[in-house]
Design a protein around this ligand. Sequence first.
Ligand code: T3D
Length: 267
Amino acid sequence: MSEALVLVAQEGAVRTITLNRPKSLNSFTSALHVELAAALVAAEADRSVRCLVLTGAGRGFCAGQDLADPSVAPDLTPGAKPTDVGNVIERFYKPLALRLRAMPVPVIAAVNGVAAGAGASIALGCDMVIATRSASFIQAFSKIGLVPDAGGTWLLPRLVGRANALGLAMTGDKLSAEEAQRMGLIWKCVDDDAFAAEVAATAAKLAAMPVAALAATRTVMDASMSLGYADAISLEGRYQSRLSAAPDFLEGVAAFHAKRPAVFSDR
Ligand code: T3D
């Protein structure tokens, strides 16, 4: 039997999905996309899941598109019909990026090693990126004549500003996790031997929080990027109307007054 391309594990309320093609640095094949989509749909539907961690097996996080996958790799024979990479984006990467962005719980990218091309975009599209100090981020697209994709052109300038975004995207230079944190590209870079514990502690912390409000925070912040100040405040108000009618708000306030830890349950 062939090995699973994604590994799924759960510890308490934290679901971890591990990309499992370590020999090719967990680069994406069509088959991996299909298995990952199924794992994400399952996590989305399972109310026991309150935080999702996405990581990679072996020494890499994800090296982007598998450039040898026969179902999408270009046919290098002279005169062969070109592969339309745009179709691959629409078929696989866009649904993946949007699915991660719509998860009802916070999503942590635990970047255990190199994240290149669409692998970097997918990591950066998660809510929080925690990387090992030995990890790196590479906008590999320019080296093979493509633009950043899987959300990269949207994410990069928003995360690090136009100058850094274009610098990274045009050079395709490797950015260390430490530099990535300094630049504001990622949330945190931690020593390799502290990485697993840091990811687990952060995931457990988020899972114990009012996760519906955390997912709404992501939605409102993303939306605010294309809104004026007044409209953003109005959108916040609409979300507060909805959230303040939910049990987690009552629990949070009751716990505050009772000076006890809150037990949140909405999702
Ligand atoms: O259809 C489409 O193309 C859709 C487009 C999607 C968007 C993209 O993601 S485009 C970007 C695609 N990714 C890349 O261009 C990155 C290619 N990989 C690299 O540049 C390097 O591997 C890394 C900088 C990421 C890591 O370098 P290093 O020296 O640490 O490792 P390595 O020796 O290069 O790689 C280890 C193995 O993984 C190696 O296999 P081998 O020789 O041991 O059998 C290598 O071929 C394989 N590998 C790494 N990346 C990919 C890959 N195999 C297939 N596809 C890859 N993307």
